[in-house]
Design a protein around this ligand. Sequence first.
Ligand SMILES: N[C@@H](CCC(=O)N[C@@H](CS)C(=O)NCC(=O)O)C(=O)O
Length: 208
Amino acid sequence: MKVYGHPMSTCTRKVLTTLAEKGHEAQFVLVDLMKGEHKQPAHVARQPFGVIPAFEDDDGFMIYESRAIIRYLDRKLPGPSLTPSNPQAYGRMEQSISVEQSYFTPAAMKVIWERFFKPHMGGGTADEARIAEGLQGVEKVFAIIDPVLGKQQYFAGDSFSLAEVSWLPYMEFFVASGGMELIGKYKNVAAWWERVSTRPSWKKVTGR
Ligand SMILES: N[C@@H](CCC(=O)N[C@@H](CS)C(=O)NCC(=O)O)C(=O)O
């Protein structure tokens, strides 16, 4: 198995976390974003939209889109299932993945871009209005998920699932962008973050 990606990439990290949770190793093939390798023909042949990650199975099966890859790996690999079999828990997992993709990540990325990537890439001064807009969007999401996480340990119920795998990479960068202040206002979100970010799989992926 081969993962084509970058260790700092959120989408690549979802795939690596899934592999780690399943207790499986894959060959990591670096696609250097800084050198524009993701736009080169060799990578576009694997991921026609010219982004990372892409995944190649042992039998040559190729798949791209991080959320599709993690579902594929969870279904295919032995090891603990990251998808609940109970229909309602399954529904909650999918709902939480959709909330991440539709509401949390777009808002969090405004903050992450302005506070984390812009300075790292020499992109000039932070746009405070954009940061405020992002924080407002994130706070709306936290206010909605906090009571849910007060009643259960994980998004889908009692077990860590692909929903957490999907949230972890964006939460990590949000924290690195000063997000702890806001997270701290929502005690169930804070407790959940402590629970999930200290898992061995996530420590492995982030190199902590
Ligand atoms: N929907 C895609 C998004 C992939 C994506 O945007 N990857 C980022 C890195 S996390 C990337 O390659 N960015 C470089 C670019 O957009 O040129 C997925 O989930 O795999």
